[in-house]
Design a protein around this ligand. Structure first.
Ligand SMILES: NC(=O)c1ccc[n+]([C@@H]2O[C@H](COP(=O)([O-])OP(=O)(O)OC[C@H]3O[C@@H](n4cnc5c(N)ncnc54)[C@H](O)[C@@H]3O)[C@@H](O)[C@H]2O)c1
Ligand SMILES: [Fe+2]
Length: 407
């Protein structure tokens, strides 16, 4: 197979302790009137007040929308846009968790192109560039600071929806691990496990034969040498430090590893895409009202075992990235990777079955039917899936039967 790769990323990615102080300089290069999307928690902190003051000192006018809610309910975006339109922002800054960053992407979209959010659901529906966006994450998980997607919840739809377009990629991502120091252990675990799942699903994604149209017609296009590079970096960093960041949130080195891991995972899945664990989580999350990261992480070991025979070499490489280098055949290493991911997730408090996640047994078939319908994720899975195998996989994850997932 000839070498094919694609990568779409922000023009500027800044990472490191104290990098948040670069915000006014980065912003001044993009404009002079900033809509800031954040939530009430962050808006009440001294760190946020300091960031606002630094923007004002750089002669940047700001309008703060501080009511972002988790999972970005659709109509809250319309409210943010209505309130800020008269201010006439020339850039949008998202500061907060993935929800604040996704709100900033959606606000930039509607302020630039009008209409309703529903007009843009799916891939490549954004007609052109939006107001430039600066993403400043305060969780280490979603990777939204570098990805081309915004995820929102729509009251008219059971499953969450995505708007995917290269035009949604932030102009600049500023990742300062100091901003994650206040994340409690539960949030650190769920966000970090989401990042690990992004990295694993991107690294084991289908390898597509890259014709010239592939990347022009699809946002998520499978794994390549470029996305693999970021995915392996993410697996290595998260593997060595996620547990530590959960048990000792004051450990600055662990926090930095986990934030860099989340960033690198975003760089990987933002082009490669994710697969079956994310597909099953959409309906499972809708029914159980559980956090996105908790659902995908619960599913990950089962999905890995389902895919194992199709991704043996990739999974052996995941094992090496996790530091499992004690010899062994490719088969043994692949299995060791799955056990280590299951161990790590259990150690940080991730639920281990769909039953524990709160899924009702009589909803298993519905969950499988909805998941198999999410074409872009299903097509990205290394092992082909049909409804029968999806039902079996969902049942195995409900029963906690890792071996049954591989059948
Ligand atoms: N766009 C993407 O590429 C992408 C990828 C994966 C997930 N997502 C979406 O991102 C959202 C989840 O984002 P998230 O996991 O970052 O959580 P979040 O943004 O929903 O925030 C969850 C909670 O954590 C709090 N919080 C955030 N930072 C904190 C900090 N430093 N200290 C203490 N509390 C803090 C928030 O105030 C909020 O109450 C979901 O809607 C999910 O679907 C988007
Ligand atoms: Fe995710």
């Amino acid at each position: 197979m000839t070498l094919f790769a694609a990568l779409r990323l922000p023009r500027e990615i800044l990472f490191g302790k104290g990098q948040r102080h670069a915000l006014p300089i980065v912003a001044a290069k993009l404009g002079s009137r900033a809509l800031i999307c954040t939530d009430e928690r962050l808006a009440g902190t001294a760190v946020f007040a300091e960031m606002l003051a630094s923007l004002k000192a750089a002669s940047i006018e700001v309008f703060v929308h501080d009511r972002v809610q988790p999972d970005v309910p659709r109509d809250t975006v319309a409210i943010c846009v209505e309130e800020s339109r008269a201010f006439a922002p020339d850039m949008v800054i998202g500061i907060g968790g993935g929800s604040c960053l996704d709100m900033a992407k959606c606000a930039a979209l509607l302020l630039s192109h009008g209409g309703q959010l529903q007009d843009y659901y799916g891939e490549f529906k954004v007609p052109g560039p939006t107001l430039p966006l600066i993403a400043v994450p305060t969780t280490a998980g979603t990777g939204s600071e570098v990805t081309p997607v915004a995820v929102i919840s729509d009251p008219d739809r059971t499953l969450k929806v995505g708007i995917s377009s290269p035009h949604l990629i932030a102009a600049a991502a500023i990742c300062d691990p100091d901003l994650t120091m206040t994340c409690p252990p539960g949030l650190t675990a769920i966000a970090g496990a989401d990042a690990m799942t992004h990295a694993i699903e991107a690294f084991t994604a289908a390898h597509k034969n890259g014709g010239a149209e592939l990347a022009q017609k699809h946002v998520f296009i499978g794994k390549s040498a470029l996305t693999d590079h970021f995915a392996l970096l993410a697996i290595k960093l998260l593997g060595r430090s996620l547990e530590k960041a959960c048990s000792d949130g004051a450990d600055e080195d662990a926090r930095a590893d986990v934030m860099m891991g989340a960033l690198a995972a975003g760089c990987a899945f933002g082009t490669a895409g994710t697969a079956a664990a994310h597909a099953i989580q959409y309906p499972a999350g809708a029914l159980t009202h559980t956090a996105h990261g908790l659902g995908v992480a619960t599913l990950m070991p089962y999905v890995m075992n389902f895919n194992r025979s199709f991704s043996l070499h990739d999974m052996a490489e995941i094992a090496r990235a996790l530091g499992l280098t004690t010899g062994g055949s490719t088969d043994e290493l692949a299995l060791a990777a799955i056990h280590e991911i299951a161990r790590l997730f259990a150690a940080i408090g991730i639920t281990t079955t769909l039953e524990q996640l709160g899924l009702a047994e009589d909803k298993l078939d519905w969950t499988a039917e909805q998941a198999i319908g999410i074409d872009r994720l299903i097509k990205n899975n290394p092992r082909p899936l049909d409804l029968a195998s999806m039902k079996q996989l969902v049942r195995a994850a409900y029963d906690g039967d890792l071996a049954a997932a591989a059948l």
